[in-house]
Design a protein. Structure first.
Length: 316
């Protein structure tokens, strides 16, 4: 079927705003620049609302249509990027952004009646992980964190949904990897998929993810505080963390501990080997270094003598 060629004109295409009901387009009263901007927002929002309600979302002019992308299907084999759906979602996203802008600049602004009932458009963004440039860096581990806690923290800070997608994000042979429709998505390069209902949340989540990627790629492993804290959290979660035992009771932490008996570091006075049985000795030099004889017997030595005498009686 042949279509008539679009004739060139110095005038733009006819606007559908003239067909809007209950709106005045020819404003003759004096208005400030802020009032003109606010009224233009209101007219455009009403125009999109009428298009959505009448289901007139596809432009009639074929030359104004964007090229159709490759078809995409869901897990049930249904196409999810039809022309009608793509244009409808585009109008919903535009109206959502305009409503947010109008709420900021127009006092006591009220959104259209059907705006609250419709689902908020989801804004998506991708942050690709440079695994090919830095193959020795474990980006997935530093993004997820111990048991996914680091990823949950970034979600809470930004208010957006962050998910790992692409090669390496799913273990081979898992149920999610074998699901229909996941094979094509798993062939994409490794990336973080960010989804939110506002651009501010998407930008904040993108900044957090990029900060983690840059720190993992540029910071040496021994100086990476984020990875050190993650390893510490893993040890605490597994019950194998013993890094600070006894140091908090001594009133200090770390390698700066100095024993008051032997003046050496690394242990407290209670654990010092030069400590006497009955009390802390005044001199820092152990007695056996002064006299050349072993220390005096304590209560444990008397028990050893009694036990050895008992064994000798049994042998007789």
């Amino acid at each position: 079927m042949a279509f008539a060629a679009h004739s060139r004109s110095r005038w733009g295409p006819a606007s559908t705003a003239a067909e809007l009901t209950n709106l005045t387009l020819a404003v003759t009263a004096p208005m400030t620049a802020e009032q003109v901007e606010a009224y233009a927002l209101h007219v455009r929002i009403q125009e999109i609302t009428q298009k959505l309600s009448s289901n007139d979302v596809i432009p009639a002019d074929r030359l104004r249509r964007s090229p159709s992308p490759s078809p995409e299907y869901d897990d049930h084999g249904r196409r999810i990027n039809t022309r009608h759906r793509r244009y409808r979602e585009r109008l919903q996203r535009e109206r959502h952004a305009l409503v947010q802008q109008a709420a900021r600049i127009i006092p006591k602004y009220r959104a259209p009646a059907d705006y609250a009932s419709t689902a908020r458009p989801v804004i998506k963004d991708k942050v690709y992980v440079p695994v090919k440039d830095f193959p020795e860096v474990s980006f997935i581990g530093q993004i997820l964190g111990p048991r996914g806690r680091s990823l949950v923290e970034m979600k809470n800070q930004s208010g957006a949904t962050i998910s790992l997608r692409g090669k390496g994000s799913v273990k081979e042979g898992s149920a999610r990897g074998r699901a229909r429709g996941c094979h094509d998505r798993s062939q994409e390069p490794l990336h973080c998929l960010i989804e939110a209902d506002s651009q501010d949340k998407v930008d904040k989540a993108r900044a957090l993810v990029q900060a983690v990627i840059e720190a993992a790629a540029t910071t040496p492993e021994h100086a990476n505080d984020r990875k050190r804290e993650q390893l510490r959290a893993v040890a605490v979660a597994n019950g194998t963390f013993r890094g600070d035992e006894g140091l908090q009771r001594a009133g200090d932490r770390g390698a700066g501990i100095v024993c008051r008996i032997c003046s050496r570091g690394g242990h407290i006075a209670r654990d010092c080997r030069q400590r006497e049985v009955d009390g802390v000795q005044e001199s820092k030099t152990p007695p056996w270094r002064k006299t050349g004889r072993p220390l005096s017997r304590g209560p444990g030595d008397d028990l050893d003598v009694v036990y050895s005498d008992f064994l000798s009686d049994l042998k007789q």
